[in-house]
Design a binder for this molecule. Sequence first.
Ligand code: FAD
Length: 407
Amino acid sequence: MTTENVIIVGGGQAGVQAAVTLRELGFAGAIRLFCAEGYLPYQRPPLSKTYLKEDSPPEKMYLRPDKFFAEKSIDCHVGVKVAAIDRVARNVTTATGEEFAYDHLVLATGVINRRLPAPGADLDGVVMLRGLDDAHHMRPRIRAARHIVIIGGGVIGLEVAALSRSMGIEADVVELGDRLAGRIGSVALSDYFLRHHQALGARIHLKAGVTEIEGRDGKVVAAHLSGGQRIETDLVLVCIGVMPDMALAEAAGLDVKDGILVDEHARTSDQAVLAAGDCTRFKPAHGTLASIRLESVQNAIDQAKCAAETIVGKPRPYTSLPWFWSDQGTLKLQIAGLTAGHDRTISKADPVKDAATIYCFFEGRLIGVECVNRPADFMAARRVLGAGKVVRVDDVEKDSFELKSFM
Ligand SMILES: Cc1cc2nc3c(=O)[nH]c(=O)nc-3n(C[C@H](O)[C@H](O)[C@H](O)COP(=O)(O)OP(=O)(O)OC[C@H]3O[C@@H](n4cnc5c(N)ncnc54)[C@H](O)[C@@H]3O)c2cc1C
């Protein structure tokens, strides 16, 4: 029986997956999982979809129940932050000064929300959304709100916009770029989002920033836009992107560059240290980009599995096809593949069913598919792209084209 120790820093989607896969692969050594937040590992996606509206308790969000960790001998240190790594001695020190030795260390520290660099950002009623504590802070405020200003028209902001409208709350979305969700999708997808959210009754302000949040008696009363507009509001959600949480890695001298740099086996620049999930930057096996950071459940799970496989001496390169989803009211977006860098799109829409499939190409070859309310196309795209099949512009242009015929 092995006496090896694995320490996992970060009890999120990737951290818990690394622990689970290690046990599935028969790893019999000690596993310690450090969770800085005061909860067992939980899923984040519902936070911007249903959790704010419902009364469900935090436990409903847990990825595994308490007893699972006991049964699998995974030692969860809940509410404990790792403060330093000593790579020479191979140990970590917690914020309370305790030291734990490791043979293999997995960093799964996730990301940190960007803060709004504008006056008034600290007023009561200005909120952010990343974890359960944020959601618990926001819940009573959104329920009492008549009006919300959402700064940032990315997917999380748009999910909250749709949720707010479903709760009868007036919503203004303020986006610096010239289109919605420009970081994750094509122009055709952004146009689809724009029409959808306007139809839901949200006001969308593109190429606009918030220069100041006005308060009275410590509480937000209005947001001032770069164009001079003043919007009266009682809640402001700041959703302007994230930064990888790589402070520990950087302080320990690991290679970092807007993310902890890892190879296809989730190894950092130190063979004893691996990293997985939102905090990493790596060379993707798909798409056009030389390196990428992915903020998705799929990436957290699949990369963490690779990290565990590396640890048990069965390394398998990370080649899984990336995929992503977002729910915005009645609109369900699913993306298969990496569409960034595409140079052409073909959109096949069905306005009656409020559905569309947007095929994204690079140099004539299909690299990703954006599906709106088209789950069957999404499943076909995952299988076809995942199997490395070549689909060209000419194929998709044919009236008789069906992606599933390439499976
Ligand atoms: C509101 C919201 C909605 C989302 N919706 C979707 C969606 O619809 N689809 C999708 O694919 N993805 C979605 N995501 C993204 C998805 O949740 C993340 O990609 C995923 O959680 C990443 O997992 P992770 O383990 O890398 O990081 P996280 O889940 O962020 O976990 C990292 C954990 O590490 C902890 N940590 C950091 N430093 C330390 C330390 N020094 N010591 C101990 N612990 C530490 C953090 O506190 C955190 O709990 C959403 C995210 C949010 C916030």
